[in-house]
Write a protein that binds this ligand. Structure first.
Ligand code: SAH
Ligand code: SF4
Length: 354
């Protein structure tokens, strides 16, 4: 792409993101020249400054169970992986961990797990109520797809947000890697949650076999149509006990391009620098935050089970205690001239109380 047409396209992304086509976004994903990519990072950073300001939000990620009834081809927690030792945290342990997050001044807890039928909706609702009754904290759930009648119960218990990545907006690819599940069902769940006033986060994987730049561009167009409040992109990382064990990890460069394009196309959303990206690139936080990102999710899972939440190879290995991680994250944020948010960092689209 010539410099003037690149500058022109980046400017049109900034001023009219909804008018951008799949082909235009795919052409930006194909950039390889370092100068061109630097222009993309700058454009994303400008929109980030305009739309979300300098704050970076910390959300505590608490992996409450690694049981899963699904069999996603890429994930180490899949049902057929018999090599995992499965755990489910008790409400007591979860509340103690939330207490630790509160002490760190973190105002969002993300409760994540496999699709675990071992948690009844009543137990989840009581857990959310206990957290909301004790702490001034937003509660996000990321526990896969549940029966639609449960959403209202969870919302009424105080659930503020839900993270459910659509993973890939290509229906054929989706069905290839998610036996017994469809993209339509995943999208329907996001819409049901949104209709109940729950803030929604979606996202996609990078590096699935067969995924083209057009498919990645379609991910962003879907996220725009869904009006998501948060959008996370993470590189696929192989896990030895899965059908995709021999597939190479997703590209770090493509992940940064998707972060920057998510900022340009979705604009007023929260964009985390994902743990998967941090696993592949030790400089991911500083790079990601200067290419569109504004969120980080430090791992608050108790160290004795952290290694069992092995979505991909060696996830959870070598991570320091929560206090140490949070301290170094704050230091990095200040060193970049950015600020640590003291708010809950709810939806940027609605003047929500979330
Ligand atoms: N079970 C829930 C939440 C836990 S999985 C769900 O699926 O929604 C959270 C995310 O981990 C998934 O959305 C997926 O995008 C990501 N993930 C799973 N396996 C991965 C892998 N091998 N590499 C990178 N990310 C992976
Ligand atoms: Fe289960 Fe989520 Fe892993 Fe799929 S991605 S196997 S739903 S934990």
């Amino acid at each position: 792409m010539s410099i003037s047409s690149l500058d022109d396209l980046l400017e049109r992304c900034r001023t009219d993101p909804g008018g951008r086509t799949k082909e235009e976004i795919a052409s930006l994903l194909r950039l390889t020249d370092p100068g061109d990519m630097a222009a993309l990072w700058r454009a994303a950073d400008t929109v980030r400054r305009e739309k979300v300001g300098s704050d970076i939000h910390l959300r505590g990620l608490l992996e409450i169970s690694n049981y899963c009834r699904r069999n996603c081809h890429y994930c180490g927690l899949r049902r057929d992986n018999r090599a995992v030792s499965r755990y489910r945290l008790t409400p007591r342990t979860i509340l103690d961990t939330v207490e630790a997050l509160d002490r760190q001044g973190i105002r969002t807890v993300v409760l994540q797990s496999g699709e675990d039928p071992g948690w009844s909706v009543g137990q989840l609702a009581r857990l959310i109520e206990s957290i909301k009754g004790r702490y001034d904290m937003a509660v996000t759930l990321s526990i896969g797809r549940r029966p639609p009648e449960e959403w209202r119960i969870l919302r009424d218990a105080g659930m503020n947000r839900y993270l459910l990545r659509h993973e890939t907006a290509c229906p054929t690819l989706y069905e290839r890697f998610h036996p017994g599940d469809t993209l339509q069902d995943r999208i329907r769940a996001l819409k049901e949650l949104r209709a109940l006033g729950v803030d929604i986060g979606s996202g996609n994987l990078i590096g699935l076999p067969g995924q083209t730049p057009e498919a990645l561009a379609a991910d962003l167009l879907l996220a725009r149509a869904l009006e998501v409040d948060m959008y996370g992109v993470g590189p696929f990382i192989p896990h030895p006990e899965t059908p995709l064990s021999n597939v190479p990890a997703g590209s770090v460069k493509d992940t940064y391009k998707m972060i920057a394009l998510a900022r340009l196309i979705l604009q007023n959303v929260h964009i985390p620098i994902t743990t998967a990206l941090c696993t592949l690139d030790p400089a991911a936080r500083a790079r990601g935050w200067s290419r569109g990102g504004n969120v980080i999710m430090p791992n608050a899972t108790p160290p004795d089970v952290r290694g069992h939440y092995e979505i991909y190879r060696e996830k959870g290995v070598g991570h320091a205690a929560l206090e140490t991680t949070v301290e170094s994250i704050r230091g990095e944020i200040h060193a970049m001239g950015r600020s640590v948010s003291t708010s809950r960092g709810g939806s940027l689209k609605r003047s929500a109380t979330s």
